[in-house]
Design a protein. Sequence first.
Length: 390
Amino acid sequence: MNQQSEHLSNAQIEEYGSPASVAGPETEAWVEQHLDDCPSCRSRVLDFQRTRFALLPDPKVNKASTSDCPSEDDLRNLAAGLCPDPKAAQLKEHAASCDHCRPLLQEYTEDFSDESSPEEQAFLDRLRTASPEFRQQKGLEMLNPETPKKNPVIPEPIPSPDWRRFFSWKWIMVPALPAVALIAVGIWYLQRDTPEKVAKLEGQVFTEQRTTEMRVPYAAYSDFNQKRSGDSPSRSALPPSLNLAADKIAKHLQKDPDNPQWLMLSARLDLWDWNYKAALSSLDKISDSQAIQSPEYLMTRAFALFQKSEVLKETQGYSEAVDLLDKALQKSPGDQVLLFNQAIACEKIHSYECAESDWNRLLAVEKDPQWTAEARNHLNQIREKKTLAH
């Protein structure tokens, strides 16, 4: 086996998890590590097992994909409930009219379903891997390889998690794979970096140090501390989550440099550091028409143009940001981040009617008392200015 190859060979995919595997411990360890880092090969393992047991959709209805079709990872995320609402709506709309994606989404939805037929449940209950004792012991062994192996019967077993909630047995038929392989694949699914998970980590960066007036998704409230490009705090002063988010984004862009979601995440992380030029450069690489029309893209580009005007002391970027955020709000009218950011941009161009409307709309939907307090403060300042103007 050439361990330097970019992806696993078909033979390695077919051999993975087989009880008859002749691969040595070092090779198996390398394959596990590669699968942990490579979504493409994980997908191939899953598809091979599904094909092996005749679980793929009928080829007659599985028509060829088009350039508009999302990736299978996106469809799996949708079926598992891991897609953010705006993207989930786009994927559902596409799948409803696509002969390629519709049957795939249906299969993945069934795979992630918690429902089992009586025959399926009876089959699962007969497996040794279904026992709480077996799961507990295997879990302990995986968490601590030095833990001595015990007999199958463990006194006073703790309740075991319902693995079917995380990874359906339909993905890989249990008799064909050892239990450790099944658990390992489930752990890949739980631990893999999805754009939503990294977006939450990115939100934590903005929460730990809020460097801009505008908000980003998943960021909790924190006080705004003005920062400008060129300010270089010591590494010890940087948010702990910053490097982690940056590493994850860079890793995914290295594998998939044109992926719209990772490019948008990269742009927002640049905006934390007031590097609007790099952010706009990342956004300009996105060519997918659906992505460019998404609220997430419109919000991120508006954010970058807002910062451009802040740095250059001009108003054009503010006006463009207002227009972009207005388009995004037409798609997601109750989005707190969009409402907050448009209100801020409207204030910058002295469009107080626009800002006042946005702050009032935000107060009707915002649940966080600290964000609510900041919105009320802005609203009171606008009213004072309008009073003085008259």
